[in-house]
Write a protein that binds this ligand. Structure first.
Ligand code: FES
Length: 577
């Protein structure tokens, strides 16, 4: 038997993290005996071990290309002299996660972290794509501390409905709104249903999945060019092969996540989030990821950053194109080149080169998907942060995807106490609601309802039929990054923990001013105090299991809705400006 180091600090490959039988030599002997049962040789076992966190699942068509990705990735690992070892983790798809994928994100992060830690690997490749998977994997990998690189599954292709190009999920919502307004019939909505998702892969607009793919590349934790290739393309497979090579190199150099996930890298990622018109969910996930390396997301500084970061990417829902168009336009290299003066070009990436060095290696060409800073899609960052007596801890609005006429608006509140109340009354013909009212939904925050994407309240059907397309809507929940509307989200603190939102009543007046970054409930402090005293907090406890863990430890949106015990002490803030 070959001698393999078993000292904890210097152990590599198969001898890392041995199972504890009280005899390290026996532990390694046993491990090798079992893995040889799978036909591996000593030669294979002497190589750097590259774990592959596999998230293929029949329930996750956004990851439907994982068999092809795995083949290309393994090729890259072996070409570079490593030994690929895939292992399964939880996989989350938005449409197949009850009650919400957000409820399970932290479970996936814990699964990822613990399986990286438990199993011997010198580096790990994280295959993720659908909304919660990438943040969960990066949160887990940041805590595990093993060299890690993200491999994005890639976006789906676009479809065509009666000559019109369509893609999930901005067009899902647009067509469903038409159906609710009785502008199209059952036969047409059935036809649309066949065309919205014409291939495997993640949503084809700048939703949360595309946002997290771009953020991952901006952070330097996925390979250059790794964000934009569609799932079913040769470019995507080449990215997978390249990721394998990079993973082996990271294993050899010990390039651990905390060397990449620096304050500079997070500032670059936040800049990109603002410039792509990214999903509001990106803020929650970046807060959670940054906290895993001891950094607190400073919403005030982020909002300041937004004032000098225009939206440049012309993708739905803020613009008109789709992810495959972004890829044809050069992908992230084109965007990052345009943002260059605003970026930390010395931030280290997973390749061992800096972001600036990587940009120098990419060639520029004329295209029409990424605008220049002189001719932006929207003059400020896509997301603005609001404060006021209704949101003392902040709230967010995707201003680039909102109706400009509603961004300075005072109106009468029409309140729904929770999602069930909303479902029961929103389409009631007797509902007392007008187009200039403000719809308020309570109790869909982290503790209230595990923070579903229910903040995109539907327009009451009687108003939709009358042609109303947008209204101001306010909640403590989230919304899909693919949605369009004047929608205030993540109101913090949430209603379920006694945030002021809990005490709004129908008929109150609310003043929204995006230009002033203000969200005010026009009710006196005395009256609010009286309502607070008269309203008991809801019981959010759970008797057992993961739900008990979730309800007893989940943090508010501004802390990333992570579990309190997973975050190390805070040592700094991002952005720092
Ligand atoms: Fe998976 Fe949209 S549902 S990315």
């Amino acid at each position: 038997m070959k001698t393999i180091m078993t000292d904890k600090k210097t152990a590599q490959g198969l001898s890392r993290g041995l199972t504890n039988y009280g005899d390290t030599g026996f532990s390694l002997f046993l491990r090798k005996a079992f893995i040889k049962g799978a036909g591996l040789t000593d030669e294979a076992l002497s190589r750097p071990v590259i774990g592959i966190a596999m998230t293929g699942s029949a329930y996750n068509p956004c990851h439907g290309n994982t068999p092809q990705l795995l083949e290309a990735l393994k090729r890259g690992i072996m070409l570079a002299g490593g030994l690929p070892m895939e292992f399964p983790t939880i996989s989350l798809h938005e449409g197949f996660s009850q009650p919400t994928s957000m409820y399970l994100r932290n479970l996936m992060a814990m699964d990822t972290e613990e399986m990286i830690r438990a199993q011997p690997m010198d580096a790990v490749v994280l295959i993720g794509g659908c909304d919660k998977t990438v943040p969960a994997q990066l949160m887990g990998a940041a805590s595990a501390g093993v060299p890690a690189v993200q491999l994005i599954t890639g976006s789906m292709l676009t479809g065509s409905h009666r000559g019109e190009r369509v893609g999930a999920c901005t067009d899902c919502r647009r067509y469903w709104a038409k159906f609710r307004a009785q502008e199209i019939d059952q036969a047409e909505i059935d036809d649309v249903n066949d065309q919205l998702v014409p291939s495997v892969g993640t949503c084809s607009v700048m939703g949360t999945a595309s946002t997290m793919a771009c953020i991952s590349e901006a952070l330097g934790i996925s390979v250059p060019g790794g964000a934009s290739p569609p799932a079913v393309t040769a470019d995507r497979m080449r990215v997978a092969e390249e990721t394998g090579r990079v993973a082996v190199q990271m294993a050899k150099t010990g390039l651990t996540p905390e060397k990449i996930l620096t304050p500079e890298a997070f500032e670059n990622a936040l800049r990109v989030l603002l410039a792509i018109g990214g999903s509001t969910n990106g803020i929650v996930h970046l807060a959670a990821m940054a906290a895993r390396v001891g950094l607190e997301l400073d919403l005030k500084a982020l909002d300041r950053m937004g004032r000098d970061t225009p939206v440049l990417l012309n993708l739905k829902p803020s613009g008109e194109h789709y992810m495959e168009d972004f890829h044809s336009a050069g992908g992230m290299a084109t965007l990052l080149r345009e943002l260059k003066p605003l970026l930390h070009l010395d931030a280290l990436t997973c390749t061992g080169r800096t972001l600036g060095e990587e940009l120098e290696r990419q060639s520029a060409f004329a295209q029409n998907v990424v605008r220049t800073r002189a001719n932006p899609i929207y003059p400020q960052g896509g997301i603005a942060v609001l404060w006021g007596n209704l949101a003392p801890g902040g709230a967010v609005i995707k201003q680039s995807a909102a109706d400009a006429k509603l961004m300075e608006h005072t109106g009468r509140a029409v309140v729904f106490e929770n999602s069930a109340d909303l479902a029961a009354r929103i389409d009631d013909p007797a509902l007392d609601v007008n187009a200039d009212d403000i719809l308020v939904l309570k109790h869909i925050g982290p503790k209230g309802a595990t923070m579903p994407e229910a903040g995109y309240l539907p327009i009451p059907s009687k108003l939709a039929r009358a042609g109303v397309k947008d209204m101001v809507r306010i909640s403590d929940g989230r919304m899909s990054g693919t949605a369009f509307g004047t929608i205030v989200l993540h109101v913090t603190p949430e209603a379920a923990v006694g945030g002021p939102l809990a005490y709004v009543q129908s008929g109150d007046r609310i003043a929204l001013s995006v230009s002033q970054r203000s969200l005010q409930l026009l009710v006196s402090d005395d009256e609010l105090a009286r309502r607070r005293a008269a309203t008991p907090l809801p019981d959010t406890s759970a008797p057992r299991g993961y739900r008990k863990l979730f309800m007893s430890t989940v943090l508010q949106a501004d802390r990333g809705a992570d579990f309190d015990f997973l975050q190390p002490p805070i040592t700094g803030k991002v952005p720092r400006g």
